[in-house]
Design a binder for this molecule. Structure first.
Ligand SMILES: Cc1cc2nc3c(=O)[nH]c(=O)nc-3n(C[C@H](O)[C@H](O)[C@H](O)COP(=O)(O)OP(=O)(O)OC[C@H]3O[C@@H](n4cnc5c(N)ncnc54)[C@H](O)[C@@H]3O)c2cc1C
Length: 411
């Protein structure tokens, strides 16, 4: 028996390898990743690890002995360069070949490059642990940091840089920060949060050039404006790493296309995590999610499918972000066009927003309201038709309501 091979030591791949074993797979399991580190948690990289308040070692996903104990062969620092889906074999960058019976591609993604800034000294991107030390070294008190992109990672890097005393400018192409995650009404709260923390935030900026000048890096935009900085962080999103799948002839389209069991167009080959584009079982259509919890849940679910459990994946996406000590959580699929109701006080940064589409609850955003978002994440799948007035009523205990419901998601 050749066994199962998992490509990618991120949370999706690592969780899949562990779940294969805990689900009774008793053949060999190989977990291969090109990063030199053992599996670790990425979310702290833009927060405590970048700030310097958490040593990288504390981000480790599992104790080092776990892999051996679980009889998982962990191979770090090795890249898979080719997959032959007919011969069920794959090639590594050192020329070695490996046979498989079952394969999971959990290759995640890499930062979207900004060609105008490519190769310039002082320009940084953040995706993996190896990106942190050089960037952290530049976040000195008083240094000028300019962040291009006010998405989740850009906004967190800006907040972290402020906490280290940097003078921070953030440029965003859209009218509001976090625009892929939050509708304008709530995103504006985040614009205010950054500005009140002395971030010089500019929206609707189309960056056209980054150049080295005598007093630093000069960033210019389509309207003829320019800014000068010591350090530039490019945070304009990620590109899913689909090359391996494409070369193998596996169907891709904004990620690797999978079915509700995470199986790709090639028999015996699965994909999960940030790279997977999967059907949305609850709302219809397809989605590719870039959140930690989803990657973990997908890795586990893909592994269960690989051992023959046939349960369609229907978890509601959930993510969080911490900026300036303010905790943001998002569940489901909120959008700007949904009907919105609010519990709590927006100005006091203590509220939950509920999003309703075609009469059903589809999403929730909470600021400093973790408990309510946990409950609403459940209600989105178990009670999507719940009365909006009841949900928005501050007297309603959402936790009690959520525990009283049973899953109707798939009936
Ligand atoms: C700085 C940062 C902060 C974040 N903060 C949050 C947060 O606060 N909340 C939240 O919900 N989410 C957050 N996220 C997102 C979250 O971390 C990701 O959704 C999650 O890590 C995705 O896991 P993954 O396993 O799918 O992919 P990845 O973590 O990208 O792992 C994929 C791995 O596969 C490897 N690989 C790719 N191709 C090959 C190959 N050919 N051969 C071998 N190895 C290969 C890659 O090197 C990588 O190690 C953050 C992400 C980053 C980068």
């Amino acid at each position: 028996m050749s066994g199962a091979v998992v490509v990618g030591t991120g949370v999706a791949g690592a969780t899949a390898a562990l779940t294969l074993r805990s689900s009774g797979f008793d053949g060999p399991i190989t977990l291969i990743g090109e990063e030199p580190d053992e599996p670790y948690r990425k979310p702290p990289l833009s927060k405590d690890v970048l700030r310097g308040t958490m040593p990288f070692e504390r981000t480790r996903l599992r104790a080092p002995q776990t892999w051996q104990q679980q009889e998982i062969e962990l191979r770090t620092g090795e890249q898979v360069v080719d997959v032959d889906t007919l011969g069920r074999t794959l090639a590594l960058d050192d020329g070695a070949r490996l046979d498989y019976d079952l394969l999971l591609l959990a290759t995640g993604g890499r930062p979207r490059p900004l060609p105008a800034a490519d190769g310039l000294d002082g320009v940084h991107m953040l995706r993996s642990a190896s990106d942190v030390p050089a960037l952290r070294d530049r976040l000195d008190d008083g240094s000028r940091v300019l962040v291009i992109g006010a998405g989740l990672i850009g906004a967190e890097v800006a907040a972290t840089a402020r906490s280290r005393g940097c003078a921070v400018t953030m440029l965003e192409a859209e009218p509001t920060p976090l625009s892929r995650l939050l509708p304008p009404r709530i995103a504006r709260v985040y614009a205010e949060l950054h500005r009140s923390n002395d971030v010089d935030l500019h929206t609707r900026v189309d960056v056209t050039g980054v150049e080295r000048a005598s007093d630093g890096l000069v960033i210019s935009d389509a309207d003829g404006r320019s800014w000068t900085a010591d350090t530039v962080v490019v945070a304009i999103g990620m590109v899913p790493s689909t090359e391996l799948a494409e070369r193998a002839g596996i169907a891709v389209g904004n990620g690797i296309l999978v079915d509700e069991y995470f199986e790709t167009s090639a028999s015996g080959v699965y994909a999960a995590g940030d790279v997977a584009n999967q059907p949305n079982v609850l709302l219809g259509g397809r989605q590719r999610i870039e959140h930690w919890q989803s990657a973990q849940e997908q890795g586990a679910a893909a592994a269960r499918s690989m051992v023959g459990e046939r349960t369609p994946f229907s978890q509601v996406p959930w993510c969080w972000s911490d900026q300036y000590g303010v905790n943001l959580q998002v569940a489901g699929w909120p959008s700007a066009t949904d009907e919105l109701s609010i519990r709590g006080d927006v100005d006091a940064l203590n509220f939950t927003a509920l999003f309703r589409r075609d009469g059903r609850l589809v999403g929730a955003v909470g600021v400093n309201r973790a408990k309510e978002i946990r409950a609403l994440r459940k209600l989105i799948s178990t009670a999507p038709g719940a009365d909006p007035d009841v949900l928005a009523d501050p007297a309603t205990d959402l936790g009690t309501l959520a525990s009283a419901t049973v899953s109707t998601a798939l009936t």
